[in-house]
Design a protein around this ligand. Structure first.
Ligand SMILES: Cc1cc2nc3c(=O)[nH]c(=O)nc-3n(C[C@H](O)[C@H](O)[C@H](O)COP(=O)(O)OP(=O)(O)OC[C@H]3O[C@@H](n4cnc5c(N)ncnc54)[C@H](O)[C@@H]3O)c2cc1C
Length: 420
């Protein structure tokens, strides 16, 4: 498994024991999942679910199950013959479910959906479906399961590893029409929304209510919260708010056989038994399609400071992180690293960006952000930290953003450096 990247999970197939994708999955979890399978799948399939991880993996390798793999950079050699091909009757059925205009067969639109953001991977799907509700997703998957049609869930198609595009001719199920905010509790800061909400729209919505999303990333204008959850996206605020495993309070998902699993809790301090939602966070569509998300959002704080620093060696960057954690403490909201190679690529390919520390010879750069509620105190604390870091020789040069435009240009370097 180490060398294989599971680029596409074809999640529906009657003879499949596929969901076990990781050889590190524990026996306990395996049995738990088997129980879920028992509840929802026909006897023969339930039996298959009890196979060992090793057996399942062997089956995956032989191509006898509902998962297609793509080796890094190349496409799997053959299409799994157990999957059917979409025919006219299938299309008619889908039109009945989602309506004519949400069954996409137009070549131009399909071309965009078949190619990933990096333009490294290309599928050949002939059909994209745009469901508007969990019920429609369930109907689609129930049907695909019965017909052995392969499916690829797609959000904003901004993933960088080819997971959101078909390997072959899978049906693309794109969640972009499921973009409603269901509720927001201003006391607890808990947002419940559909999985197709674009991250930037959620950020703006929360901003109007004095809150922020606990994750932010360069693809925010296109990526969807369902995609973020399914990739367990880290983003720019991880150092402060942690990963989505901590911030996502609940999920609703539709399994490959069409059953809707309601795990959409909104209770932060929930210690009631198994927490199945974690299996879906980072599962990249392999276990089902995430349709709703409940997420804890922190209040927006008024004072933000950003510094862009240069370090001579990697060891200094590491030490600087430790210093930042201990000296800036609770106001440290971002600590992002890039080396000179990443910086060169950013500057070479993007107009309008310049190195904030143009003096030559620096090999490593760090972006530090503090966020707090006392402007004067936060600034003094950051300045004291910078001074002491320079005295210790950890930082060789640096600049503090003087206004929002400068701050945005610092962030822009970090956001696009992700694509290097
Ligand atoms: C400019 C840029 C900056 C980025 N910065 C970061 C960063 O800082 N940190 C980081 O971690 N990542 C980053 N990414 C990658 C990041 O993982 C994705 O952008 C984002 O999380 C994917 O969301 P999406 O809606 O585009 O999902 P897609 O790309 O559409 O899908 C990604 C995967 O999730 C699955 N999927 C999508 N939606 C669902 C769903 N509803 N249910 C089940 N499965 C689903 C797909 O099948 C696929 O396997 C960046 C990408 C870009 C282009």
């Amino acid at each position: 498994m180490q060398r294989l990247r599971a680029a596409r999970r074809l999640i529906a197939h009657p003879s499949s024991s596929a969901p076990f994708l990781s050889s590190s999955i524990s026996g306990f979890t395996k049995q738990l999942y088997a129980q879920v399978c028992l509840d929802s799948r026909p006897q023969a399939t339930a039996h298959a679910c009890f196979k060992s991880v090793a057996e399942s993996y062997a089956e995956v390798s032989r191509g006898n199950c509902g998962v297609q793999f793509r080796c890094l950079g190349t496409v799997a050699a053959t299409r799994n013959p157990l999957f059917s091909t979409v025919n006219d009757d299938d299309v008619k059925y889908f039109i009945d479910i989602v309506g004519d205009k949400n069954v996409i067969q137009d070549e131009d639109r399909l071309q965009t959906a078949n190619i990933d953001w990096m333009r490294k991977f290309e599928g050949s799907s002939k059909l994209m479906l745009l469901p508007r509700s969990s019920i429609e997703v369930s109907q689609i998957l129930t049907y695909c399961n019965s017909r052995s049609l392969a499916v690829v869930p797609q959000g904003g198609n901004t993933g960088l590893v080819g997971g959101s595009v078909p390997v072959f001719d899978e049906v693309i199920v794109n969640l972009s029409l499921m973009n409603n905010i269901i509720s927001f509790d201003k006391v607890s800061g808990i947002l419940v929304c559909e999985a197709g909400c674009i991250l930037e729209n959620l950020i703006s919505y929360l901003d109007n209510h004095g809150f922020i999303m606990p994750l932010d990333l360069g693809a925010k204008g296109s990526c969807q919260i369902g995609g973020n959850v399914s990739t367990n996206a880290g983003g720019l605020r991880l150092v402060r708010y942690g990963s989505l495993h901590g911030n996502v309070l609940g999920l609703e998902a539709v399994l490959a056989n069409g059953s809707v699993v309601d795990m959409l809790g909104t209770l932060r301090k929930d210690n009631t038994g198994y927490d199945l939602k974690h299996m879906f966070i980072g599962s990249e569509g392999s276990l089902g399609i995430v349709t709703k998300v409940s997420i804890l959002t922190p209040p927006k704080l008024s004072s933000v400071n950003i510094a862009f620093l240069a370090c001579e060696d990697y060891f200094s960057c590491q030490k600087l992180l430790l210093e930042a954690k201990s000296k800036l403490g609770e106001i440290l909201s971002a600590f992002e690293f890039l080396d000179i190679n990443a910086m060169d690529v950013v500057l070479h390919h993007l107009d309008g960006l310049r190195n904030p520390i143009p003096t030559s010879g620096h090999k490593f750069f760090i972006l530090i952000e503090t966020t707090g509620s006392n402007e004067l105190y936060d600034k003094e604390r950051l300045e004291a930290f910078l001074l002491s870091s320079m005295e210790q020789g950890l930082v060789s040069d640096g600049v503090l953003a003087q206004d929002i435009n400068q701050a945005s240009s610092f962030w822009r370097i970090r956001e696009v450096s992700k694509l290097n």
